[in-house]
Design a binder for this molecule. Structure first.
Ligand code: NAD
Length: 297
């Protein structure tokens, strides 16, 4: 079945995701503030929408891929936005990484207008967006999840229903908080090993089969050598940029403070990534934090 899909936010992620929907045979009305992004969409077989209102009125399904919660609130709930112009029953999918409170507020407002909606943030980066291999973490009612599945399947490989509204965002920030903290832990261990005269390869060989084992060590080792595929071997070119990790750690801290959860290591990780980004690391891979820790020791 092919549909008219509205797609707002044709950036690094949204651009290739929208093209995968075009390739699957959908009519994709794209909209972005950037003329270059709109032209790239049209060149790949998509259509340019004249604005949010026109696109929303024509679409059966709308996907958004925007920078932050304030953009998502504005595009959905603002004057001239999606909820004002879309037909009741239009399926809404927000794949932006945003704060849990905004995700829940927008889904509740959509529900009041009779529009099923899911929050469906992704992991997998630009390569996953281009290859259609993203992981989607989805929050929302069962029927909304089922309705979104055929579209998410076109753009991703692993689709997980994490529970009710906002739980996709909750899953994403909880996972990335583990990742940020564990990358710092592994990096500190390598810096300490250097000072103690313990070879990095030896530490890797021992810890990767001992109780220190974790993904940051064995799949994304932050020092060059032990794992040829990790960004450490190509001067910390991302990969997953430190500024994106900082964004997710800040979202986790916002969620911790609004829900009353104690996350002291998450707070420390956010503060270390903020220092790393402010000292020039923002565009580097997040595993480059090891250089920052080495420099301050
Ligand atoms: P991006 O900045 O490349 O794209 C965002 C696009 O939204 C831009 O083209 C911008 O012009 C457009 N935009 C902003 N406000 C708009 C508005 N009011 N109307 C229409 N268009 C508007 O960002 P990105 O890298 O594509 O990231 C998008 C989202 O995906 C973010 O929430 C990010 O955290 C998340 N994400 C990114 C990655 C990654 O590796 N880049 C990975 C996972 C998740």
């Amino acid at each position: 079945m092919t549909s008219t899909v509205g797609f707002i936010g044709l950036g690094n992620m949204g651009g290739p995701m929208a093209i995968n929907l075009v390739k699957a045979g959908h009519r994709v009305l794209g909209f972005d503030l950037s003329e270059a992004a709109m032209s790239a969409h049209a060149d790949a077989g998509g259509e340019k929408a004249t604005g949010v209102a026109q696109m929303a009125a024509e679409a059966d399904v709308i996907v958004t891929m925007l920078p932050a919660g304030k953009h998502v609130r504005q595009i959905y709930m603002g004057e001239g936005g999606i909820l004002e112009n879309a037909k009741p029953g239009t399926l809404l999918i927000d794949s932006s990484t945003i704060d849990v409170d905004s995700a829940r507020a927008v889904i509740a407002a959509a529900s009041d207008k009779g529009m099923p909606m899911v929050d469906a943030p992704v992991s997998g980066g630009v390569a996953g967006a281009a290859g259609g291999t993203l992981t989607f973490m989805v929050g929302g009612a069962d029927e909304a999840f089922e309705a979104a599945l055929p579209y998410l399947d076109v753009m991703g490989k692993t689709i997980v229903h994490a529970g009710g509204a906002g739980n996709g965002q909750a899953a994403k920030i909880c996972n990335n908080m583990i990742l940020g903290i564990s990358m710092i832990a592994v990096s500190e261990a390598f810096v300490l090993a250097e000072r103690l005269g313990l070879d990095a390869q030896k530490l890797f060989d021992i810890s990767s089969t001992a109780s220190g084992q974790c993904w940051s060590l064995t799949s994304y080792c932050p020092v060059p050598g032990p794992l040829p595929s990790s960004p450490a071997n190509r001067d910390y070119q991302p990969g997953f940029a430190a500024e994106m990790m900082l964004k997710d750690l800040k979202l986790a801290q916002e969620a911790a403070s609004s829900s009353g959860a104690a996350t002291p290591l998450g707070a420390e990780a956010a503060s270390l990534y903020s220092l790393f980004c402010n000292s020039g690391g923002q565009g580097q891979d997040f595993s480059g934090i090891v250089k920052f820790l080495r420099g301050t020791s």
